[in-house]
Design a protein around this ligand. Structure first.
Ligand SMILES: C[S@@+](CC[C@H](N)C(=O)[O-])C[C@H]1O[C@@H](n2cnc3c(N)ncnc32)[C@H](O)[C@@H]1O
Length: 339
């Protein structure tokens, strides 16, 4: 316990955060979590296979002294290292000192890949949009998952992206243009209130706005910029967004709900609350070859009990892989035609 409190003090965590981790995960996992937040994540890229093959991009990046290592849960995802450092076999968890940034190559600017966290690749992989699907992304900016879905759809079908913040639309637009996502429609609106203009969607991604506790390792300001009150505020918005996602999802349709928060209030609680209102919804099992890398969703925590299907959700903790993925939550929700 003293080690936990030493890290809490030295790293300037708000006590409520650490106390909650101990309640949710126990002391051993809390210590592991806090230690892994101290290590910066290894950057990763997602190859835009609409613009270049994986083999050709690897050759081009290797010629620029990058080394790529596959992300096991995403066939187009790779961790990217400076090749010289990688060869020296330094601590694989440490961040490479690049000669130049992988976000400033010709290949990046030509839309051959995106810089994307390895955890953030999960929701599109779980939603699995296919060419000719009709897909809605309800919280789209800055667009990494939107672009990933466009490339999975091979730029066919319809991909609608909605973003409420006008300030964040230019980044979304720039990513869509850079990567050439030609099957896309972008709308600046509040996804809690959209609906009448659409006929429903077969697949929906709700990568919900959240407190972002899972990002503490890459953005330490998250330790102090949020409060317990923010968790409650976000939870209420998330429930409203998910309720509208249910209304927009066609019968037999699937959606993925995800956040970069570890708080059950923003994850299991939100889904449980909405499932209670709709008997035709359930959290379904993710593919085993993906789930095996992570923890299951919580079915009870801090005195609350959730729908048993929530065990099918995925919880990503930063200690799940030596590359230090960011903390993340994702769940596939299915809308059954009949109950
Ligand atoms: C977690 S970020 C999404 C990241 C994005 N999916 C990606 O992969 O690049 C959440 C986004 O939702 C937007 N947002 C927040 N409330 C919203 C609402 N009511 N309707 C639509 N978008 C919203 C935020 O401005 C933010 O850009």
């Amino acid at each position: 316990m003293s080690q936990i409190y030493r890290i809490m003090k030295n790293e300037q965590y708000q006590p409520y955060m650490v106390e909650r981790y101990i309640l949710m995960f126990g002391e051993e996992k809390t210590l592991e979590l806090l230690r892994s937040f101290q290590k910066p994540p290894v950057p990763s890229i997602n190859v835009n296979t609409c613009n270049i093959s994986i083999k050709a991009l690897k050759e081009r990046l290797e010629a620029k002294h990058f080394h790529l290592e596959p992300v096991p849960w995403c066939s187009t995802g790779f961790w990217i290292y400076d090749a010289h450092e990688y060869e020296k076999k330094m601590n694989p968890g440490m961040v490479s000192q690049f000669q130049f940034s992988p976000g400033a190559t010709h290949e990046y600017l030509q839309g051959m890949y995106s810089m994307q966290g390895a955890s953030s690749m999960l929701p599109p992989v779980l939603l699995d949009p296919k060419p000719d699907d009709d897909v809605l992304d309800m919280a789209a900016a800055p667009g990494t998952k939107f672009v990933q879905m466009g490339q999975m759809m091979k730029n066919r079908g319809v991909l609608v992206g909605v973003e409420r913040s006008l300030d964040r639309v230019p980044a979304l637009k720039a990513n869509v243009q850079r990567c050439g996502v030609t099957n896309s429609i972008l709308i600046c609106n509040d996804s809690r209130h959209i609906g009448e203009q659409f006929n429903g969607f077969g697949k929906i991604l709700l990568d919900a706005p959240c407190t972002g506790e899972g990002l503490i390792g890459s953005d330490p300001t998250r330790k102090n910029s949020r409060s317990v009150g923010d968790i409650q505020t976000m939870r209420d918005i998330q429930v409203q967004l998910l309720e509208n996602a249910v209304a927009l999802l066609k019968p037999s349709g699937r959606m993925v709900y995800s956040t970069c928060s570890l708080a059950p209030e923003e994850n299991e609680f939100v889904i449980d609350k909405v499932i209670q209102n709709h008997k035709n919804l359930a959290v379904v099992e993710p593919p085993k070859e993906i789930a095996k890398h992570f923890d299951q969703g919580l079915v009870q925590t801090m005195g609350a009990k959730f729908d048993p299907s929530l065990k099918n959700a995925i919880r990503v903790y930063p200690y799940h892989h030596p590359t230090r993925p960011e903390g993340f939550f994702a769940a596939i929700i299915e809308k059954m035609e009949k109950i």
